[in-house]
Design a protein around this ligand. Structure first.
Ligand SMILES: N[C@@H](CCC(=O)N[C@@H](CS)C(=O)NCC(=O)O)C(=O)O
Length: 228
């Protein structure tokens, strides 16, 4: 096995999930910091590797994989000791793939619509309809978890480590109460007990949330989420 290098910023939920999966399968990745705020993802060299200019990028022995969901499945396919995190059984795999597509196509999209305002707007405020759309995506997840302990079935998969990295950031905009979301709340508690959770998810997410609140305070004079 050659050296694995993960290019990105740990503030990014998509980067955090790759470290969680690497830790779950016991694989070390060197971290190469890419400063998005300095445009290091827009240099000709970076765009040559990833024309879409996003992080994370996984470098494995001179090969590059872009898009976190592809990286998660690659890590398990290539380096997992078994297929439990990304089952080979076609039906179980389809369940995991569905949740990965849900995360990228629905959940992250709705979360991203809100988060981007913090960076781009002079005085970030958040449309009620976008907050409602995020709550609606929690409703979908609550339903996924209604008959099973994990997001894609009865055991932990890459879909859980993917979704936990973004839902724990989305709480900045839409709180997850035990009353309204008992299944999601239990699931978060279950994942929080993973031995690598603190180091790969919680710590960097806490820093990320403080970072976003800091921008809000700078721009609005308060870190409150103003809804219109
Ligand atoms: N679907 C992509 C999303 C990646 C993404 O949006 N990354 C953000 C950071 S969270 C980024 O690199 N943004 C910089 C840009 O789009 O220029 C993935 O899962 O890898």
């Amino acid at each position: 096995m050659g050296k694995l290098i993960l290019h990105g910023m740990k503030l990014s939920p998509c980067v955090r999930r790759t470290f969680a999966v690497a830790a779950a399968i016991g694989v070390e990745m060197e971290f190469k910091f890419v400063d998005l705020f300095k445009g290091e993802n827009r240099t000709p060299e970076f765009l040559e590797i990833n024309p879409v200019h996003t992080v994370p990028i996984l470098e494995d022995d001179g090969k590059y994989i872009i898009e976190s969901h592809a990286i998660l499945s690659y890590l398990v396919n290539q380096y997992g000791q078994d297929d439990s995190l990304y089952p080979k059984d076609p039906f179980q795999r389809a369940m995991v793939d569905q949740r990965l597509h849900f995360e990228t196509g629905i959940f992250y999209n709705r979360y991203g619509n809100l988060a981007i305002r913090i960076y781009m707007d002079d005085h970030p405020k958040f449309p009620q309809k976008d907050i409602d759309a995020l709550y609606e995506s929690y409703d979908y997840m609550e339903k996924f978890l209604s008959k099973q302990k994990y997001i894609a079935g009865d055991h932990l998969t890459i879909a859980d480590l993917c979704c936990i990295s973004s839902i724990t950031s989305a709480v900045l905009f839409a709180n997850i109460s035990e009353e309204r979301y008992p299944k999601i709340s239990d699931w978060i508690k279950r994942l929080s007990a993973l031995p690598y959770y603190e180091e790969t998810i919680r710590k960097d997410n806490a820093e990320y949330l403080e970072f976003l609140k800091g921008i809000l305070t700078q721009k609005n004079g308060s870190s409150n989420i103003e809804i219109y």
